[in-house]
Ligand binder design. Structure first.
Ligand SMILES: *Cc1c(COP(=O)(O)O)cnc(C)c1O
Length: 422
């Protein structure tokens, strides 16, 4: 109640002041996070060690996965997963055209071909388009939980597990043979804590990769986590060991184990990557993840709902999905769409918001509109829903520190900008 009264008083002030200054996505740093980092700095051990181990255990628990492997970004985590699957030249991986470039770049780096398909109205990859795009060369699908909203995993799983797809699947090695179908990888860069069919969304795919980049729901400045609960004949313990080894130069002992007395001797057994997460970074994520379910995620939901209840009343606005029987978002983004506007009008609204101190964003510039992918022959005309969603999309700031007064300010400024532009 008090909060509401204060808010009203403050609102009058807001109208008088020239403008607020609202960044798009500052990291959440409080005293507990500072203390966890300080403890690490003072412990004498700052690279991969006990903090990483604790973050792996806590994140596996949070998403109900058997194993979690920390690495230094989503991108390097995805590269490691493709390496484990032995995906390379001649192989195809299906992805949505509407995503961040990293989803496609890791496939190119592996020497394979990203096959882009269009999305559904809710921004997630269209299962029917996946079905049409599958060929005998399809080794994996990377589905992206855009904004924290889980993909149609049940439909995707049904397609890749169908006898038609299984019988056409050409395994290139033992691991692919054991799957016996294309592997479903979730680009969960946005969706830590999202729920799909009453379970953590991470359980709906074969392998889930989170990003802990500075703007994501939980951060380690830069970082990523690979989660999996593979079924027999896979041994999750063995896969975990492989991933740890190959995230550190294929070295049989990490620096922490080597540092223990008498443990100096090691061997190099494979051509591993060097993508391990340092403890000093893990400390940030560890302190954050402890307050994620109880504080950080609910606070994001508060901001989301504030926007949703304002824009639901405006006939010109389309609010993103957040909570249905099927799933619950992790509220990473608030991708507001404005009906019947062109790209240039959307850009004008973004500029007007910047003029009044509100930093907004667009998620994402479709891959076929970026130079690299254009040069590779992808054409935006082939992805009509991707373009339609992109041209009218504005991502509003959403993070725990954003208070209700700021939300109200942002809402009013969007409405004002809309009225001026349209
Ligand atoms: C942020 C992001 C990534 C990349 O994450 P990094 O940790 O920066 O490598 C991948 N996919 C999506 C959808 C993202 O938003």
């Amino acid at each position: 109640m008090n909060k509401l009264i204060n808010l009203e008083l403050f609102d009058t002030k807001v109208l008088e002041s020239p403008h607020m200054n609202i960044p798009f996505s500052p990291p959440f740093i409080d005293e507990d996070i500072e203390n966890e980092v300080l403890e690490c700095l003072r412990s004498g051990w700052i690279t991969t060690g006990p903090k990483v181990r604790d973050l792996e255990l806590l994140s596996a628990e949070l998403v109900g996965a058997e194993k979690a492997v920390c690495v230094n970004s989503w991108t390097s985590g995805a590269a490691l997963v493709l390496k484990w699957l032995g995906i390379g030249p001649g192989d195809e991986v299906i992805i949505p055209a509407y995503t961040y470039s990293a989803t496609a770049l890791v496939i190119l780096h592996a020497g394979a071909k990203p096959v882009m398909v269009d999305i559904l109205e809710d921004f997630t990859i269209d299962p029917e388009q996946i079905k049409k795009a599958i060929t005998p060369a399809t080794k994996a699908i990377i589905a992206v939980d855009i904004a924290g909203w889980p993909c149609e995993y049940e439909a995707i799983n049904a397609i890749i597990s169908s006898s038609e797809v299984r019988s056409g699947f050409l395994a290139g090695n033992d691991i692919q043979h054991q799957f016996g179908r294309p592997v479903l990888i979730s680009d969960a860069a946005h969706s830590m804590g999202a729920i799909y069919k009453n379970k953590p969304a991470a359980l709906a795919s074969d392998i889930t990769i989170f990003s802990l980049h500075a703007v994501k729901n939980v951060t380690t400045a830069e970082g990523g986590i690979i989660c999996f609960s593979l079924l027999a004949p896979f041994s999750n313990t063995e896969v975990y060991k492989w991933m740890k080894l190959n995230s550190l130069n294929g070295q049989t002992k990490d620096a922490f184990t080597k540092s223990q007395s008498g443990g100096w001797r090691y061997d190099i057994v494979s051509m591993g990557l060097k993508i391990n997460m340092p403890d000093v970074c893990a400390a940030i994520g560890l302190a954050q993840i402890k307050k994620y379910p109880g504080l950080l995620l609910p606070e994001r939901e508060r901001v989301f709902k504030h926007y949703a209840s304002f824009f639901a009343e405006k006939e010109w606005a389309i609010i993103p999905p957040s909570d249905q029987k099927r799933c619950k978002s992790s509220f990473h983004l608030f991708p507001l769409r404005i009906k019947n506007i062109f790209e240039s009008q959307r850009d004008e609204i973004i500029q007007k918001m910047a003029d009044v101190g509100v930093s907004t964003n667009v998620h994402f510039i479709p891959l076929p509109m970026l130079s690299l992918f254009k040069e590779l022959g992808y054409k935006i005309e082939d992805y009509p829903i991707t373009y339609k969603n992109y041209e009218c999309e504005i991502s509003l700031p959403i993070y725990p520190q954003l208070d209700n007064t700021q939300c109200t300010y942002i809402e009013n400024q969007i409405e004002k900008a809309y009225n001026e532009v349209v």
